[in-house]
Ligand binder design. Structure first.
Ligand code: C5J
Length: 221
């Protein structure tokens, strides 16, 4: 068993059962004109992590370890979009409306796509999810079981919403979860910091956090 330097204590890495899960690195969350901006957010606060996520992706690919990507999106007929999600708040454009990058958060639209620099390569799994958590209404749990994956290294956006929700879902299902600090971001830096602290508090109640350099070192060991 290898170890990655992490908080609240070293993460016991098992290369036979670990996967990287990159949450929602989509144009809709990171580029002007997308869902994130319609909610009034400054998307430059999250696009800064793109180089760190790329380094992590490349490290997993070079080590021959599995990579999973998620995409928050809905069917074009909106049948998987609850009214509560569509109507909440006061965005300039709602999910399903036509924006500068196509229909907001709809599968197959340009804005919904994963950023080209982080795009999945052949053999990598892409989970389309209608919720904030990647286990809700998807086959993720079955697929992880089929592939013998028991440990998940997390990257992506936003830390306190889809990343943390998916980590909590995974933690409840018995997965060891490690969040890479430099490879996750929030539109609210204080929420990112709070989420990191919540995750690793109380002896790692949701999981571990680690710095990118320590994860890269652990994976290459
Ligand atoms: C949000 C996400 N924030 N991927 N989605 O609506 O975190």
């Amino acid at each position: 068993m290898l170890e990655i330097k992490a908080l609240p204590f070293p993460f016991p890495l098992d290369p036979r059962s670990v996967a990287l899960i990159v949450i929602d690195m989509q144009r809709d969350f990171t580029e002007p004109g997308g869902f994130g901006e319609t909610l009034g957010n400054d998307v430059s606060r999250v696009s800064v992590i793109i180089p760190a996520v790329k380094r992590l992706l490349e490290a997993f690919r070079n080590a021959g370890l599995p990579v999973i990507h998620t995409q928050e999106c809905h069917k074009p007929d909106l049948s998987d979009l609850p009214d509560a999600k569509r109507n909440r708040g006061n965005p300039t454009l709602r999910i399903g409306d036509h924006g500068p990058m196509g229909r907001i958060l709809i599968a197959g639209e340009p804005g919904t796509a994963i950023l080209p620099e982080l795009a999945p390569i052949e053999g990598e799994l892409v989970i389309e999810k209608p919720g904030k958590g990647a286990f809700y209404a998807t086959r993720l749990g079955d697929i992880l079981q089929e592939r013998g994956i028991r440990q998940l290294v997390f990257a992506g956006v936003t830390t306190e919403v889809c990343v943390q929700t998916t980590m909590r879902e995974a933690n409840d299902r018995g997965y060891d979860c490690l969040l890479v600090e430099e490879a996750t971001a929030s539109y609210f830096p204080e929420f990112k910091q709070a989420a990191l602290e919540m995750i690793r508090a109380q002896g790692g109640i949701v999981g571990w956090t680690a710095h990118l350099t320590d994860v890269l070192e652990g994976i290459n060991a």
